[in-house]
Design a protein around this ligand. Structure first.
Ligand code: HEC
Ligand code: HEC
Length: 452
């Protein structure tokens, strides 16, 4: 009797294995979503229980909802006194990337400008500008002047690929006007668009040891790669940075509290004082929406939300162009930095996130990307030429979700080709190989990127 049962079990196992191999059955991975609609960047992990789903949607609500100016009897009160936008989602529309203004005179909708002066802060971060702080807050509540306007002015030049194809590239420079608190210059600036915000909990769950090992591993093409080490306000210690364009933030919790504080003017127990600089008197006297304005429970809900936003599954994996493109991606050296495979820590305390295999196409390390991309504004250990490799997962859905394309830290690239052509520094050899490719191979590489 036992033998007969074992036989059936073995047979079933073989059938299931074959179905998986043939692709007729896909293994359900909790952190991958097969949603390809305009909501694809905002799906919860699969298998969350009811209570956890409710937390996820509470966090999502806080991310999408507008905050109002104090005093008010609304739920989300305390916007400002100085701020950039009234809701988080403004700069991360549909959880996707923001964009740069097209023309001088157009307002920044989903972009911000970081400020600092040479030197380091008490925590070894960027040294705040003595009057304007570390970020230009364009808006102020009634009675509090906004800090001013930042405008983007584009300079264009044409790059010719090896086969003669011209590609027009644009580079931004930032002009300031309507300054509310006097002289801004001399100042270091860094303009950044809001990046996509899915899959971040997974990146947080990759172990420090893995990041350090990747940094130490010898790499071809003269590529190095290093971790940033930043002051983490949540744990009150120096930790390896993972988030932000220069890996300038160590944890999701700190990232959320800093965004609340710097972008919306919302205080939390991590940053309990309003974002007013010493010389901004009206700001310091403006009414507060509570102490703090964001409760610990709300911070917990937001953290839970970001931890459990799934990543879109790769599409068209059987298409011959995608398969060829993936090979080109590896052959010309893109995969050295845009690492196809990472693993989350086996012993990660949040067990839903532990021991998962990821295809993020990043090493989360800083690389010198050359003069063309440099902002000349150091951020902890990141120099003015260094940027963190951004993940490429989900990038192929950009246009269908956002209805535009905007790549690189400042959104200067409007096509994937432009984004690649801006690569310099450690990525120069890889970029050079790309521009030598015949058109057909460039198209295949693009098809691969669009499948992500
Ligand atoms: C004015 C535009 C703007 C607003 C408003 C904004 N963000 Fe961001 N966000 C950005 C930019 C720009 C970055 C990249 C920052 C950097 O490079 O340091 C970012 C980064 C992030 C990241 C890290 C993403 C990554 O991959 O590194 C998270 C998470 C995030 N924001 C959440 C929020 C939350 C939560 C709010 C609301 C409290 C918010 N953002 C409001 C512009 C904005
Ligand atoms: C030396 C490491 C390195 C190599 C090699 C490299 N990249 Fe990158 N890549 C980066 C970094 C760092 C950025 C971000 C630069 C910035 O925002 O200014 C980036 C940005 C990108 C972006 C834009 C992503 C976004 O979200 O805006 C794309 C697309 C991209 N790389 C594709 C490629 C391709 C294709 C190749 C091979 C031809 C390649 N990269 C080679 C490090 C690298």
């Amino acid at each position: 009797m036992m033998e007969w049962r074992t036989c059936v079990m073995v047979l079933l196992l073989i059938l299931v294995q074959r179905a998986i191999a043939e692709g007729t059955v896909t293994i359900i991975q909790p952190h991958i979503t097969h949603n390809q609609t305009r909501e694809a960047y905002g799906q919860p992990f699969r298998g969350l229980n009811r209570e956890d789903q409710a937390r996820f949607f509470r966090g999502r609500h806080l991310f999408r909802q507008s905050w109002v100016i104090a005093p008010a009897s609304d739920t989300l009160v305390g916007l400002g006194p100085l701020y950039n936008r009234i809701a988080c989602v403004s700069c991360h529309p549909k959880n996707g990337r923001g964009r740069a203004p097209e023309e001088a005179g157009e307002r920044m909708q989903s972009m911000l400008v970081r400020l600092s002066v040479p030197g380091k802060s008490a925590t070894a971060g960027p040294k705040p500008h003595p009057v304007y702080g570390t970020q230009l807050n364009e808006e102020g509540v009634p009675g509090v002047p906004g800090e001013g306007r930042a405008q983007v002015v584009w300079e264009y030049h044409t790059h010719i690929l090896a086969d003669g194809t011209p590609v027009r590239l644009r580079k931004p420079s930032i002009r300031f006007s309507e300054l509310g608190y006097g002289k801004l210059k001399p100042v270091l600036t860094s303009a950044r668009i809001g990046p996509a915000v899915f899959g971040l909990g997974l990146l947080e769950a990759v172990s420090d040891e893995d990041l350090l090992a990747m940094a130490q591993q010898p790499k071809p093409d003269g590529i190095t790669g290093k971790v940033n080490r930043v002051w983490d306000i949540a744990s009150q210690q120096t930790r390896i940075g993972r988030f932000g364009a220069k890996a300038n933030v160590a944890s999701l919790r700190s990232q959320i509290a800093e965004a609340m504080h710097n972008d919306l003017g919302i205080t939390s127990n991590l940053l309990p004082r309003e974002n007013c600089q010493p010389r901004q008197h009206a700001c310091r006297q403006a009414p507060s929406g509570g102490s703090p304005e964001l409760s610990d429970t709300q911070l917990d809900d937001l953290e839970f939300y970001f931890r459990h936003i799934a990543v879109p599954a790769q599409r068209n994996t059987d298409a011959t162009d995608v398969i060829s493109g993936e090979k080109i991606f590896a052959d010309i050296g893109c995969a050295i930095c845009h690492k196809p495979q990472l693993q989350t820590a086996k012993d990660y305390p949040h067990t839903t996130l532990a021991n998962l295999s990821l295809q993020p196409y990043t090493d989360l390390l800083l690389h010198d990307m050359g003069e063309g991309l440099a902002d000349q504004r150091p951020d902890f250990l990141a120099s003015g030429r260094e940027w963190r490799t951004p993940p490429l997962w989900g990038i192929g859905l950009t246009e269908s979700i956002s209805e535009y394309q905007a790549y690189l830290h400042d959104g200067r690239a409007q096509t994937l080709t432009e984004a690649i052509l801006w690569h310099g520094g450690e990525a120069k050899k890889s970029r050079d190989r790309y521009q030598q490719l015949p058109r057909r191979k460039r198209e295949q590489l693009e098809q691969f990127l669009l499948s992500l």
